[in-house]
Design a protein around this ligand. Structure first.
Ligand SMILES: Cc1ncc(COP(=O)(O)O)c(C=O)c1O
Length: 468
């Protein structure tokens, strides 16, 4: 790095003026990006030709900034940066330019099809994103101990976070809704100390689904935000912010990073969120608040190399979600007719009780502008679960015979993966909680990947012949 002449300090005004210009250019780039189609945003985000030529040697891919920290030109710039008076990334635990490209892209994709503004804060995993969000919404001052109301059908890790860590270890009043399609059950649990409503949709592995607009409206009636984990649907099928949600959480480890090389999480929050917390900064831009304070001090930051891998996988999100959803539909239809299968939970099956509400919300983005479709098209995700005849033992027998399909606690992968949630993802929450969340011992979760459907079906066929 060049030695600086100490007498040549550019001065605070210069840096503030430079920041003004860069924020203006960024707002203009955002405006331009908002006019693009979903696929184009997924490919480019805010990384433009001008940006590449000005700052990245013309490289057509976003820079992976592998550096723990950013250098400043002088003490004026350092002070302004660390006081958040000018845009900066400082230190990779606080921010990093590669993370910025991922955050801009995710905020644009989650608000696609609307004028709603949102911010994004990425994390080292989905659980870090959930933990930080919930903590931030509970932590602020209030006269009475706060509570929150959550759907009971959750990914096992989220359930454990709420039940074991928050409720039993810290005494937080966590109120679980068993029947999420019953709006009165949500309503009954809310009081003046409720800080937020929380849901997961479609839920993993039970495929619970509810009327997101109705729950968001209920939250807003009480002046509180609705937080939703939308990992399984992804913005290619559902953008909950457009239906009133305040905060969307993703385990970006899953379909967004489908190659399966690492972990990532994301929080995307509308600006502003509805909240009864007396903190204007938190309400105005919740994602930025998370980044500047709780994440900075709790340290769940994403590695820039992982951000690059997630950026790469995201470019093909819509096409993959479309293709895998169609394969999942074919597999679900096969399972539905199979004599060795007791029940299939797949949102696309007309026989599934939540099909109608899923049909209302799950639409392949831009199908009406797609040369293959030219009209709106429903798609129902890559995830299903099914119950095998022969109880827990028969289920394990069939599961152990899978050849092509991987036995692993994973999903949203380019490879088809299966697990038995009762002995894996939902093992720690215990029998009673599994019963409430409808996770029986004979349930198999299947996440369909990019293989040909014939081969997935053939593997299931031979495996199920063992269950009888
Ligand atoms: C719906 C859902 N949310 C959150 C998580 C947690 O994400 P991560 O594994 O990235 O921490 C998972 C993981 O399986 C999940 O399925």
């Amino acid at each position: 790095m060049n030695q600086k002449d100490p007498s040549a300090s550019a001065g605070s005004e210069h840096y503030i003026e430079e920041a003004r210009r860069s924020l203006k250019a960024r707002a203009e780039a955002m405006r331009r990006a908002r006019r693009l189609r979903f696929d184009t945003i997924a490919v480019h985000g805010l990384y433009t030709v001008d940006e590449a030529l000005d700052h990245n040697h013309g490289a057509i891919m976003e820079p992976t900034v592998l550096s723990s920290a950013q250098a400043y030109r002088d003490s004026d710039e350092m002070e302004l940066a660390l006081g958040y008076k000018i845009p900066t990334w400082c230190y990779t635990r606080i921010h990093n330019p590669t993370l910025g490209f991922l955050e801009d892209k995710l905020a644009l994709l989650e608000t696609y099809g609307s004028d709603i503004k949102a911010g994004c804060c990425v994390y080292s995993s989905g659980m870090a994103a959930i933990g930080n969000t919930v903590d931030a919404l509970l932590a602020l001052p209030g006269t009475k101990p706060p509570n929150f109301v959550s759907a009971c059908q959750l990914y096992g890790g989220s359930y454990q976070l709420f039940d074991a860590r928050m409720k039993r270890e810290r005494g937080v009043d966590v109120r679980m809704v068993i029947d999420t399609s019953n709006i009165d059950e949500w309503r009954r649990n809310i009081d003046k100390n409720t800080r937020f409503l929380y849901g997961e949709m479609p839920s993993n592995p039970g495929l619970a689904f509810f009327d997101v607009a109705a729950v968001a409206a209920l939250a807003h009636e009480h002046g509180i935000p609705f937080v939703i984990d939308s990992t399984i649907a992804s913005p290619a099928l559902l953008r909950p912010i457009l239906h009133g949600a305040d905060v969307v959480i993703h385990s970006a480890t899953k379909v967004m990073s489908c190659s399966g090389l690492g972990m990532a999480g994301a929080v995307i929050a509308r600006m502003p969120i509805t909240s009864n917390i007396p903190n204007d900064e938190l309400k105005a831009d919740f994602a930025l608040y998370l980044k500047r304070y709780p994440q900075r001090e709790q340290g769940g930051c994403l590695h820039p190399f992982q951000a690059t891998m997630t950026l790469a996988d995201l470019r093909t999100l819509r096409a993959r979600v479309d293709n895998w959803s169609q394969t999942a539909m074919a597999v679900a239809r096969f399972l539905e007719k199979h004599p060795g299968v007791l029940a299939v939970n797949y949102l696309g099956l007309e026989s599934y009780p939540l099909h109608e509400v899923a049909k209302k919300y799950l639409w392949l983005v831009d199908a009406e502008h797609d040369q293959n479709y030219g009209k709106p098209v429903n798609r129902y995700t890559h995830m299903m679960s099914f119950r095998v005849k022969g109880g827990a033992e028969g289920t394990r027998k069939a599961f152990d015979r899978l050849n092509l399909i991987w036995r692993a606690t994973d999903l949203g992968r380019v490879k088809t993966v299966a697990t038995i949630p009762a002995i894996s993802t939902h093992l720690l929450q215990g029998e009673e909680a599994r019963e409430k969340a409808d996770v029986p011992a004979d349930l198999v979760r299947l996440s369909v990947g990019a293989e040909h459907p014939d081969d997935i079906v053939a593997d299931l066929e031979q495996a199920l012949s063992a269950a009888k």
